[in-house]
Design a protein around this ligand. Structure first.
Ligand code: S3P
Length: 172
C-alpha cells in the first residue's frame, strides 16, 4: 500500500474498534483516527445531535465523504463507525482499498459483550428504543457484509484490548 491507511478497522458498535485501534496504532508508532470523532469535528456537534437535526441519510453522506478523504490522505490506523460499511459508496471505496493491498480488519467481539458495551457507552442514535434488540437486528444484517468485505478477521473474545491489538498486528 503506497498511500492510504495502514489498516482500517470495521465492526459492530461496542466491538472496541476505537479502543483496540488506538492501541494498535500506539504499538506501531502510527497515528490513529476515529471516523466518528473526525465527523463530529466536521459537523460541529455530536452525532446524536446531527441525527436529530439532519437525519441519518445526511449523516451517511458526511461519513462517506470523510472516509474518502481519509482513504486518500491518512497513513495510520483508521476506525470506522459500525454503519459505514453498509453505505454502497463506502463499500466501493473499501473494496478498492483492499484491492490496492490495504488491510481491512473486521474486529469481531463476543456479541453479548459488544452489545453491553454499546449500551453502556450511550450517545448512539442507532440504538434508540430497545437497544439490545436494535443491536442484534443490526448485527444480523451487518455481520455478513463485514465478513465479506474484510480481508482480516480478528475475534477478541476473552482478550484485553492490548491482546486484541497485538493479534491485529500479527495478522496484518
Ligand atoms: C453507527 C455507529 C456509530 C456512529 C453512529 C452510527 C452505526 O459508531 O457512527 O452512531 O450505524 O452503527 P460506532 O460503531 O463507533 O459506535
Amino acid at each position: 500500500m503506497d498511500e492510504g491507511p495502514y489498516a482500517i478497522v470495521i465492526g459492530m458498535m461496542g466491538a472496541g474498534k476505537t479502543r483496540v485501534g488506538r492501541e494498535m496504532a500506539s504499538m506501531l508508532g502510527l497515528p490513529f483516527a476515529d471516523a466518528d470523532i473526525e465527523i463530529e469535528k466536521r459537523i460541529g456537534c455530536t452525532i446524536s445531535e446531527f441525527f436529530a437535526s439532519d437525519g441519518e441519510p445526511a449523516f451517511r453522506d458526511v461519513e462517506r465523504d470523510l472516509i474518502d478523504d481519509f482513504l486518500g490522505s491518512f497513513g495510520g490506523v483508521f476506525a470506522l463507525g459500525g454503519g459505514a460499511p453498509m453505505t454502497p459508496a463506502v463499500q466501493d471505496s473499501l473494496r478498492g482499498y483492499v484491492d490496492g493491498g490495504g488491510k481491512l480488519v473486521y474486529l469481531m467481539a463476543d456479541p453479548a459483550e459488544a452489545m453491553e458495551r454499546a449500551n453502556r457507552g450511550g450517545g448512539r442514535p442507532m440504538l434508540d428504543g430497545d437497544a439490545n434488540a436494535r443491536w442484534k437486528a443490526l448485527y444480523d444484517v451487518r455481520h455478513p457484509v463485514y465478513a465479506e468485505l474484510a480481508n482480516v478477521v480478528v475475534r477478541t473474545h476473552g482478550m484485553t484490548p492490548q491482546m486484541a491489538a497485538k493479534r491485529m498486528i500479527d495478522m496484518t
